[in-house]
Write a protein that binds this ligand. Structure first.
Ligand code: AMP
Ligand code: MG
Length: 492
């Protein structure tokens, strides 16, 4: 068997999914295959590159042991509840147990219509597939929990968007594709039995320690809240904007999922948003923690029918669980930023002082339109006396000098060796991010000229985000004013 499937979700009751066959790509071509990930999943990379492998990742053949299904879910989209969403352009091929003993989903995205497609065509255009491949693998390279990209193909079909575009399929790997919206699907139907089966499945799969807790469902709630607080803090520490934080795009595993109009911020501004469909900025950079808590509140509501006790007591318990989010987020967020400025905080007192310093910094960065990534990368040089590169990022460089006086006082009080501090900062502050204008240029090359060289080059450089790569200095550059990308599209 090329892939050792063991499909636990397909063993759940029939109302959890619909059995579907992926669409057969007419003439697929492999764009990229992730050999390291394949090996982790027990899949022979040579098979993945073979005609038999290509058939499976382009929908032309069903691998032995695969039971393709589209998963049912619901969700709040921009705050409005949709009781019926589901995989409208994706098919779960099945699950495998990876080399570390973890269960992982293997899914095709862009694989044709399903009973959940509504008016959509079930397809994916090449651009969004390349963006998801690149950005999800970049997140993995940073050590941020994320779904992964196992392979991408062009299908040989043209699909209709605003214009005809090349069709593509992504093979995505996830701890699971279970979303807050999956819980909402059953809650909205008053299907308490379905909820319980889903919750037990998620506990067994993602949070086994919850099983032996006094109230396993409360423990599940706590675990998902903690995982999301940690995740969103990591996003903010690297300038990531998800773009569509609908409840159906939030995985209960705590992995980043559903890369649509996502982007990394160039100059720091908490109001930054790129998604063309997010007109009001609901999912703007600085709103993400608040939205995560809003989504988690919807998640907690779905679990209430599984709690014992009268309504008042049950609601109070959920509120207690949710009240853990802000402090957990802040601890992780300011802890991450402290490390970024070279002051990993050991004590609560040091953490409070760091927080003040960080908040003062972020105000100055906003006022001076400072590039978020370059600031921290170049701040490391200032530790060993090279101030000019980081100063020059500020519209008014004296704004840096004023802040740096307070920063240096804290460094002196901390007393770590300068070279060691600089090295530690360079290990947490990436030199490279997938710059939005470069991602757009990479997509244009592939779509307009069938030139995948920029994609492969970015994949290569971004796989080592913490290493200075002089040959790729252009990829570290922020956009010139005329290169700035105003909006990103999810291409659905
Ligand atoms: P998302 O863009 O991930 O937030 O998708 C929201 C919902 O729309 C999900 O149910 C998707 O499966 C569905 N959807 C998105 N694009 C398509 C498409 N091209 N065809 C069918 N369904 C789609
Ligand atoms: Mg989605």
């Amino acid at each position: 068997m090329a892939i050792a499937f063991d499909n636990s979700y397909a063993r759940l009751p029939a109302r959890f999914f619909a059995a579907v066959r992926p669409l057969e790509s007419p003439s697929p071509t492999l764009i990229a295959a992730n050999d390291v990930l394949a090996a982790d999943l027990g899949i022979d990379p040579d098979w993945l590159h073979s005609p038999a492998g290509l058939d499976v990742i382009s929908g032309r053949a069903i691998a032995n042991g695969s039971e393709p299904i589209a998963q049912a879910y619901a969700g709040h989209q921009f705050g409005n509840f949709q009781p019926q969403l589901g995989d409208g352009r994706a098919v779960l091929l099945g699950e495998v147990i990876d080399r570390a003993g973890k269960r992982r989903d293997i899914q095709l995205k862009g694989s044709g219509t399903t009973p959940f497609s509504r008016s959509g065509d079930g397809r994916a255009a090449l651009g969004p597939v390349l963006r998801e491949y690149l950005v999800s693998e970049y997140m993995a390279a940073l050590g941020i929990p994320t779904t992964r990209a196992l392979a991408a193909v062009t299908t040989g079909d043209a699909i209709m968007r605003e214009e005809f575009l090349p069709g593509a399929m992504l093979t995505r790997v996830a701890a699971s594709h279970i979303r807050v919206g999956t819980f909402q699907f059953f809650a909205a139907r008053g299907d308490v039995e379905g909820l319980r089966l889903l919750a037990d499945h998620v506990i067994a799969r993602h949070y086994p320690a919850a099983k032996t807790a006094q109230n396993p469902y409360r423990a599940l709630m706590d675990a998902v809240i903690a995982a999301q607080a940690a995740l969103v803090a990591k996003w903010l520490n690297v300038g990531f904007i998800h773009g569509v934080m609908n409840t159906d795009n939030m995985a209960v595993s705590g992995e980043t999922i559903d890369y649509g109009p996502c982007a990394f911020m160039d100059h720091y501004d908490p109001a930054t948003k790129f998604s063309s469909i997010d007109r009001a900025g609901r999912y703007a950079f600085g709103n993400q923690p608040r939205i995560a808590l809003w989504n988690l509140t919807r998640f907690a509501e779905t679990l209430l029918p599984l709690f014992e006790g009268d309504e008042e007591a049950v609601v109070a318990e959920a509120q207690t669980a949710l009240s853990a989010f802000p402090p957990a987020f802040e601890l992780a967020y300011f802890g991450g930023l402290s490390a970024k400025i070279g002051l990993p905080s050991a004590s609560a007192e040091a953490a409070a002082q760091n927080r003040e310093l960080i908040e003062a910094l972020l105000v100055r960065m906003t006022e001076n339109q400072v590039d978020f990534t370059l600031f921290f990368r170049l701040l490391a040089k200032a530790v060993t006396g090279e101030d000019e590169p980081v100063r020059a990022l500020f519209v008014d460089p004296t704004a840096f000098d004023d802040w740096a006086r307070d920063w240096r006082q804290r460094l002196a009080a901390d007393g770590q060796d300068a070279a060691a501090r600089r090295a530690a900062m360079e290990r947490v502050n990436p030199a490279f991010i997938p710059r939005n204008h470069q991602v757009e240029a990479m997509i244009a090359a592939a779509v307009q000229r069938e030139d995948f060289a920029p994609f492969h080059r970015m994949m290569d450089v971004l796989s080592r985000p913490f290493t200075d790569q002089p040959d790729a200095a252009d990829l570290a550059q922020p956009p010139e004013p005329h290169e700035r990308v105003a909006a990103t599209f999810c291409g659905t």
